[in-house]
Design a protein around this ligand. Structure first.
Ligand SMILES: Nc1nc2c(ncn2[C@@H]2O[C@H](COP(=O)(O)OP(=O)(O)OP(=O)(O)O)[C@@H](O)[C@H]2O)c(=O)[nH]1
Ligand SMILES: [Mg+2]
Length: 409
């Protein structure tokens, strides 16, 4: 099922053993989802519970084992708790009066991973002196609660809701053009094209041009030159399909802004700058490198499938052979990802922006560079600099961080 407006947020609870994580979760969700006991280390595996919490909306609450767990098994549990951080949208650090290096360490991880977090100071019913903990928690969003007595739970809900990151809306192309201008879309009708229709990014692009009160001309690649000759004024933007981009770039005069549907999609659905940064890794690859091709949906592979055939071929040619490719398709970020040097993600046409951003964040938190099909294809065809020109942020990153160290030809 495709999550659209009702995108489920991951709320992950962290803290030492026995601070009351499970009790607080039960109080927050109003059900006994997690076992509570005074034995430290009661929660041994992350517990996931999906439900609706007002005013936050649909969420998955994740209870984790205490991070101060000891011994070999303890270490394993800590690892599993940390894994929950990779995919969390927000972390809730549960503490009681015993603040020590574990809390400092957890906060350090959240900051390093760019994971928003709030602090719930628990067991406030035990009437201890909170003035000692105030300086520790006051730099961060925090509240005082009792999981046992179920007090302060409303404050915690509000705090979580206020600190959950909101995804901004980024258009496909309407911010790149003015009313009255013309956009030229170059759409291949080849074996990869669906029968009798256009694909989503093409349809969305047409719609955005119309909404912008601009003109849209749609042609196949063979009619491109003719269209350009016919136009009295040059188009203010040409958008072409990635895998034809080197031919199209040769046909479109250098002064006309040119980009690809995939680049537009990478910005609209994710983080173009992050994808451009990922290109740096391409030049560090060796024949032994491991690549993960990640697809957002499972489609029946085509004979000349872009992710399974063309990209591996182009990239292997670029590196000079070798490389191992693993393909993962589906909605969830794979858990057992192993040692991976680079993730190459599809355009994510069936994913929402929020879903795509989560995958990008997770890759970043795991320290794995990520690029997408569109950015990589343009790079491997030697036209990335050109197709990034309409996007000053990403173009600057390319010039400053990539151009000097890579071999775009
Ligand atoms: N007085 C008081 N006791 C609490 C509160 N919250 C939890 N406790 C008690 O603290 C003990 C541990 O609670 P849990 O919720 O199991 O703690 P946990 O953090 O999930 O512990 P682990 O799963 O072992 O990591 C239990 O005996 C709870 O009854 C609270 O707000 N006040
Ligand atoms: Mg627990």
């Amino acid at each position: 099922m495709i999550a659209t407006g009702g995108y489920r947020k991951y709320l992950a609870f962290f803290g030492k053993r026995n601070v009351g994580k499970s009790s607080l979760i039960n109080a927050l969700v109003g059900q006994d989802v997690s076992i509570v006991s005074d034995v430290p280390g009661t929660t041994t595996d992350p517990v996931y519970k999906s439900l609706e919490i007002h005013p936050i909306g649909p969420v998955t609450v994740v209870d984790t084992p205490g991070v101060d767990d000891v011994g070999e098994l303890g270490e394993l549990r800590v690892k599993r708790a940390l894994k929950a951080m990779y995919k969390a949208d927000i972390a809730i650090l549960v503490v009681d009066q015993r603040w020590n290096e574990y809390e400092d360490w957890l906060i350090e991880q959240f900051i390093k991973m760019d994971l928003p977090f709030v602090i719930a100071v628990n067991k406030i019913d035990q009437s201890w002196n909170t003035s000692e903990i105030e300086p520790k928690v006051s730099p961060y969003p925090h509240c005082f609660v009792s999981g046992l007595k179920k007090t302060g739970i409303e404050d915690l809900r509000r705090l979580i809701s206020e600190n959950l990151p909101q995804e901004e809306d980024i258009p496909l192309l309407s911010d790149l053009i003015e009313a009255g201008e013309t956009v030229l879309l170059v759409v291949p009708i080849d074996l990869g094209a669906p029968k009798g229709r256009l694909i989503m990014p093409q349809v969305e692009a047409i719609r955005e041009v119309l909404d912008r009160e601009a003109l849209c001309l749609v042609v196949k690649e063979r009619e491109l030159r003719w269209a350009l000759q016919m136009m009295k004024e040059a188009p203010s933007l040409v958008v072409a399909d990635s895998h034809l981009i080197s031919r199209i770039a040769a046909d479109v005069p250098d002064e006309i802004p040119l980009t690809t549907f995939s680049i537009l999609e990478a910005r609209h659905k994710g983080d173009l700058v992050e994808m451009v940064k990922g290109i740096k890794r391409v030049e560090e690859l060796t024949p032994e490198s491991k690549i993960m091709i990640m697809e957002g949906c499972s489609h029946a592979p085509l004979v000349e499938d872009i992710g399974r055939v063309k990209i591996p071929r182009w990239l292997s040619n670029h590196i000079g052979g070798g490389l191992s490719f693993e393909i993962r398709a589906g909605r969830d970020f794979p858990e057992d990802i192993g040692e991976i040097d680079l993730i190459i993600h599809c355009g994510g046409c069936t994913l929402t922006r929020a879903m795509m951003m989560r995958r990008i964040r997770e890759a970043r938190r795991r320290g794995i560079p990520i690029v997408n099909y569109g950015v990589l294809i343009s790079y491997l065809h030697g036209v990335l600099e050109r197709v990034l020109r309409p996007f000053p942020d990403a173009h600057t990153i390319y010039i400053e961080e990539i151009e000097g160290v890579t071999h775009e030809n």
